[in-house]
Design a protein around this ligand. Structure first.
Ligand code: C2O
Ligand code: CU
Ligand code: CU
Length: 520
């Protein structure tokens, strides 16, 4: 470990799975031939070629509903007490049940997703991360407005090597906005493989103001992966990394189309996290009313009625669902993310993700949702700087070549301003206490979900079209061949951190850069 404060308190090293696959499971000995075939089938399945595929993998992603429907399970929830949440997260390969079948995943404390961390503004979050993998890992608290330095949300300097552990200590400001957040590894070149293999968990920051009256609170962590015959996450080919891998299994809390039971008239609060490595979601719940409360860190002043919600990968939404009379399905619609928006390419429709089963007698209506303070509209502020950042890709070589380590992109390198990520280089320097306007320009044929750590972004314009509402997100779509403009309040925390494409394969291939907010 090379953390700034390196308590080498880690347990003894556990026998290695496969050091070359970012910890992607491989400890179970098995007939290698079968295994190879399974890997190939997994890859072909994504192309829609299903010849020879095992029965469970046949048909479209949504076509697996013949399995008995299970009630939605939620991961264990850990609450802060008296302003402190202290947790130990052990990262290990574990045999779990995923999508109703045995799987060998990477887990936090043995479950997929990992435990949910529930915090209040002003809380202190202490996490001891214990690495029992054969590959390095680390932890990022995605979306939290916290320090990127020292033992806090420091993805640049902290690397937890096999058998070691690290103590994170993260202080939320007293006025931290509420919302759904999540945690996941951020070890460069391994992020996509580790998330694909099961490493993610939810974080909820509660409202500071008056409670939103609801009958039920749920956290839905959507993720995707593809498993081989033996239940291992498949190894992903270079061309899939170039596009951004998408899994055949689209899961909610690790389950395939789970059932959520509710009575007519109930008002539920669903915090939805898109933990897929690449897949963009667009969700619809016909027959029930959906009101959007927040996107990412951006709590709206008033709930806004919506017909459908978009959740880019790594993004979150907080929605109120008012249950209608009849059962319905939470449908995943196509949300194409390539220039060719025919719906057949990446982020096609995954189909039903969950069933809302309506039973019992209707409940009386709840009191209205109290208004929440409006987040500041930065369009009234003159930016201290305007910057343009160009997202590109480069086939001319020199990229992270696949030296048989299984996570290259065949010499293709993804760049910001023509350069692949270099953790030692500081690409942008901003001044703490100022607002800047950044325009991300996309010179590629795919959309890229651009994410900035620590400081939220107010979405100002997409392809030159102004955004009317006050919308804050920590991940924004930068359309293929287009551009997206945001304003960023570089407030409260100084230090170095990153912004990057959150298609994790692109991030691993270099589409990431360093920003430093300097004090003074
Ligand atoms: Cu969700 Cu830099 O990550
Ligand atoms: Cu992040
Ligand atoms: Cu990208």
């Amino acid at each position: 470990m090379t953390g700034p404060d390196s308590p080498r308190t880690g347990p003894e090293r556990v026998p290695a799975p496969d050091p070359h696959r970012g910890g992607v499971a491989r400890t179970r000995p098995g007939p290698e031939l079968t295994r190879r075939r399974a890997l190939q089938v997994g890859g072909l399945g994504l192309l829609g070629v299903t010849v020879g595929a095992p029965a469970w993998a046949r048909g479209p992603v949504g076509g697996l509903r013949t399995l008995a429907a299970e009630s939605l399970r939620e991961p264990e929830t850990l609450h802060s007490e008296d302003g402190l949440l202290r947790v130990r997260l052990e990262v290990a390969e574990t045999s779990v049940t995923l999508a109703g079948r045995p799987a060998h995943m990477l887990t936090y404390n043995g479950t997929v997703p990992g435990p949910t961390l529930r915090l209040r503004p002003g809380d202190r979050l202490q996490i001891e991360l214990v690495n029992r993998l054969s590959a390095p890992t680390n932890l990022h608290t995605h979306g939290l407005h916290v320090s990127p330095k020292g033992n806090a949300d420091n993805t640049l300097d902290v690397h937890v090597h096999p058998g070691e552990s690290f103590r994170y200590d993260i202080q939320l400001p007293d006025d931290h906005p509420p919302g759904p957040f999540w945690y996941h590894p951020h070890e460069h070149h391994l992020v996509a493989d580790q998330i694909w293999s099961g490493l993610y968990g939810g974080i909820v920051v509660e409202d500071a103001g008056p409670e939103v009256p609801v009958t039920r609170d749920r956290l839905l962590v959507v993720s995707d992966t593809t498993l081989d015959d033996a239940g291992h996450p498949v190894h992903v080919a270079e061309w899939e990394r170039v596009k951004g891998r998408e899994g055949q299994l689209v899961l909610v809390n690790g389950q395939l189309t789970p059932t959520l039971e509710a009575r007519p008239g109930e008002r539920e609060r669903w915090r939805i996290v898109n933990a897929c490595t690449s897949r963009f979601l667009r969700l619809r719940l016909d027959g029930h009313q959906m009101d959007l409360l927040a996107t990412d860190i951006g709590r709206l002043a008033e709930p806004r009625r919506v017909e459908e919600v978009e959740v880019l990968n790594s993004g979150r939404v907080d929605v109120l669902v008012t249950v209608g009379e009849r059962s319905g399905e939470l449908q995943g619609l196509a949300n194409p993310r390539t220039r060719d928006r025919d719906g057949d390419g990446p982020s096609g429709a995954p189909g039903a993700l969950a069933t809302l089963q309506v039973t019992g007698t209707p409940v009386p209506a709840l009191p209205p949702v109290p208004a929440y303070p409006q987040l500041p509209d930065l369009r009234g502020v003159e930016p201290a700087a305007r910057r343009t950042m160009v997202l590109g890709l480069d086939w001319s070589g020199g990229g992270h070549e696949d030296h048989g380590d299984g996570h290259g992109t065949g010499g293709m390198v993804m760049t910001i301003d023509g350069r692949p990520f270099d953790p030692a280089r500081t690409d942008q320097v901003t001044r703490l206490g100022t607002v800047e306007e950044w325009t991300y320009v996309n010179r590629t044929g795919m959309d890229h979900p651009l994410h900035l750590h620590v400081w939220p972004m107010q979405l100002v314009a997409v392809d030159g079209r102004p955004v009317e509402d006050v919308v804050y997100q920590d991940v924004v779509r930068v359309p293929a061949g287009g551009e997206t403009t945001v304003r960023i309040p570089f407030e409260d925390f100084d230090g170095r951190t990153v912004f990057h494409c959150h298609i994790n394969d692109h991030e691993d291939a270099g589409m990431m850069a360093v920003v430093e907010a300097r004090n003074g």
